[in-house]
Design a protein around this ligand. Structure first.
Ligand code: DC
Length: 230
């Protein structure tokens, strides 16, 4: 019988260092990288383009569900330069705006949207395995993952990182606004009724506030090695 594919589940709040860590760990392990937040962002982008009202608007919620079920979300390129395609068109850069961040957090509260995204995530990673990052990977999507990690860091550190990342992409925003935005998202992501953000059972919780990216990556690779060798 073929063994279970290797899955590293990385969850945590915005700005905890999930993406940078997940990309590097995927590269080092030679497995695919799956950014599930990009999927919720793609749904939010499509809703915005279609001028669909977001929850709590009821009619809008129905339309968002239809959109999420019909969209074709795919990924191209490797972990270092991954592109996100929406119905075949590259939308990678559009997904990173503050509006898209808030929109993703809102559409991700809709159970039917989550259901559609979770099915897609499982179908993408089940055969090949990979490093999968998000909010509910260890709790819902892959509870049997090889390794489950919950990355966190103090809010001010996370806001600073996100601010600097946006600046590198040419998006100019005030640090205070990033912090306020992030706190609002964290609150929504952790208090929603369906699959709220929380550490999975058996997850290793790691505060990245005082660690460099290299240190976090080394720690995770060591944890994977230990898990695999028993
Ligand atoms: O990781 P990110 O910032 O790109 O995620 C954007 C939003 O999508 C986040 O605020 C909550 C939602 N999300 C989710 O609910 N479940 C996931 N697995 C990934 C993201």
């Amino acid at each position: 019988m073929p063994g279970k594919p290797l899955i590293v589940a990385i969850d945590g709040p915005a700005g905890a260092g999930k993406s940078a860590t997940a990309r590097e760990v995927a590269l080092r392990l030679g497995v695919p990288y799956l950014d599930t937040g990009a999927m919720y962002r793609a749904v939010a982008l499509a809703a915005g383009r279609a001028a669909v009202a977001l929850p709590p608007d009821e009619a809008g919620t129905g339309r968002v569900i239809e959109l999420a079920r019909a969209l074709r979300i795919s990924f191209a390129g490797d972990a270092t330069a991954q592109r996100v395609l929406l119905d075949g068109a590259d939308v990678t850069d559009e997904l990173r705006t503050p509006e898209c961040s808030q929109g993703a957090s809102i559409v991700s509260t809709i159970p039917e949207v989550r259901h559609a995204m979770v099915a897609l995530q499982r179908s993408l990673a089940a055969a090949t395995g990979g490093v999968v990052e998000g909010r509910d990977i260890g709790t819902v999507v892959f509870p049997d993952a090889t390794l489950k990690v919950f990355l966190t860091a103090p809010p001010e550190v996370r806001a600073r990182r996100r601010h600097d990342e946006l600046a590198r992409r040419g998006i100019r925003v005030r640090w205070e606004d990033v912090l306020a935005d992030q706190l609002e998202r964290d609150r929504r992501d952790s208090t929603r009724a369906h699959s709220p953000l929380r550490p999975a059972e058996g997850a290793i919780v790691l505060d990245t506030g005082r660690l460099t990216l290299d240190e976090v990556v080394a720690r995770l690779l060591e944890l994977v090695r230990r898990t695999l060798t028993g």
